[in-house]
Write a protein that binds this ligand. Sequence first.
Ligand code: 2HG
Ligand code: ZN
Length: 486
Amino acid sequence: MTVTPTPATLLSAMQDIVGAGNCLTADADTESYVTDYRRLYKGKAPVVVTPTTTEQVSRVMAWCHANDVPVVPQGGNTSLMGGAVPDDSGTAVVISLKKMHRVLAIDTVNDTMTVEAGVTLSAARAAADEARRLFPLRIGSEGSCQIGGNLSTNAGGTAVLRYGNMRDLVLGIEVVLPDGRVFSSLKGLRKDNTGYDLKHLFIGAEGTLGIITGAVLKLMPQPRSTAVAFVAVQSPAAAVELLGRARALSGGAITAFELISSPALELVLEYLGNIPSPLESRHDWMVLIELTSGIDEETLNGTLMEILEAGLEGGLVVDAAVASSLADVQQFWRIREEISDAQTRTGGSIKCDISVPVSRIAQFTENASAKVLALEPATRMVIYGHMGDGNVHFNPLRPRERDAKSFLAQWYKPVSDLVDGLAHAENGSISAEHGVGVAKRDDLLQYKSSVELELMWQVKRALDPKNLLNPGRLLPDIDAAGKSGA
Ligand code: 2HG
Ligand code: ZN
């Protein structure tokens, strides 16, 4: 039987491995590592360690495994689901990857970039840019989120339509297993059919199976031209039809197709203060369309105009503003990217991150909105997201005259249950890109089959038999819920 180490023994072991300068214990120093991005979850940690090498991560894991100490891995701590912070038992060591932030190699013949897990997404994108390549993952938190976290959560964002999720953008990873062993597939191969593709087990596992310490990422050609428009559409159904036409007319040049509801636009314009709406009048529904390609700017703009004209003729498009400069492009995108933070500033909304087949998205959006408005008519329907991927951020926000706390206390659970249920009924997912963490963990009991849950636990037990890695996250307690006979 293992004896639980005293705090002093734990600290001294960690200091021996990573050095005293890489161990934080004072509340003021650990605060930001134990509090989640939305400030909804606040835990405790006896120590936060910031290793600088894979070998140190491996030794920390081996020690914690031998001494039954739980470990919570953390990247940029931008999770919206509480998946990257410890619980309040005060037993888990937090391992922050932030000091492993080197870009190790860029190979422009193989079109790959090898990075440590703590490289921020914006640093990875900048390094690719310097090598005249594109690393296409694009999410609002790119300045803080890290590649390891992007992989662990299989991050999505606004360019998935064209380039795929994080899972599609990686050729190999390096992972430290719960017992300290290191699994590495950093060869940069595009073809390797020699058995199970193990890296995929760790991608999207939210740090429950291993700690990703490095990765080989795919690089893409930089587009030569970009064309962007902010477009008012008749309805969500019109937006879907426009997407189909844009696809047919653009020959695959669409990079983003983002839906924005009127309350989402109003909220963000209020929040940003000094930015005018791209469109003169108010419209219920808008889409932000971006095309990028290897052809020249003029031709691509011509294609965008063709799409808009076809939309106008078909009665799908009501109005449009086409970006005529880089400043316009940046402004349109800024409006889109700030919607999330604008909600946080109002005291928070009911966050539902669902996906349905694109063919069901209009029906889902209209149906779910009507049902929520029937419960509380003045709710601001902040609905936006990656329509081209069937992914809607359906975030009902308190009526102006209601206080956020009482609104969320009354409606968070009933409304998210309602919305998740409707998405599920449309063959959808209750978490399209934000993951599970603690926030959605128990909902999996309802929305995943017993077979899926049993398999997930079998994988977990095979890799982390002591349940020490990010415990209490992602996997619901199926035995307690009587869900499985496993
Ligand atoms: C986005 O698309 C992010 O802006 C955040 O996924 C969404 O805060 C949200 O609900
Ligand atoms: Zn999103």
